[in-house]
Design a protein. Sequence first.
Length: 108
Amino acid sequence: MQVEVTNRALEGILTKVVSSRKKDWVDRLVEATWAYNTTWKTTTGFTPYELVYRKKALLFIEFEYNTLRVAAQVDLDLSHAQRERLLQLNGLDEQIMQALLHSEVVQI
C-alpha cells in the first residue's frame, strides 16, 4: 500500500516538472525523489529522510543563508549566525517596504 502512495506522489511531482515532450522524466527523477523524501508527512510527523537518517536534511540554501540550524549542526558561533540572520530579515523588510511604496506610486 505505501509503495503505491509513494509512487503516486512521485508521479504527481514528475507530472508538474517534466517538459511537454515527456522525455526528460529520467533527468528529473532524482530531484522528484529528493523533494518527496524531504517533505514533511502528516501521518508520521517526519520526513522520510528524517526517518531513515534520524536527522533533518540540510538544504543547500540553508548553507548559503547560514540558518541557525546549520550553524548549530556545524558548530558555528550562534551569536554571529543570529546577527547575520537578523540582518537578512531586516534587508527583506526593506525590500518589501520599497516594493509596497513602488506599487503605490504606480497605482496613483
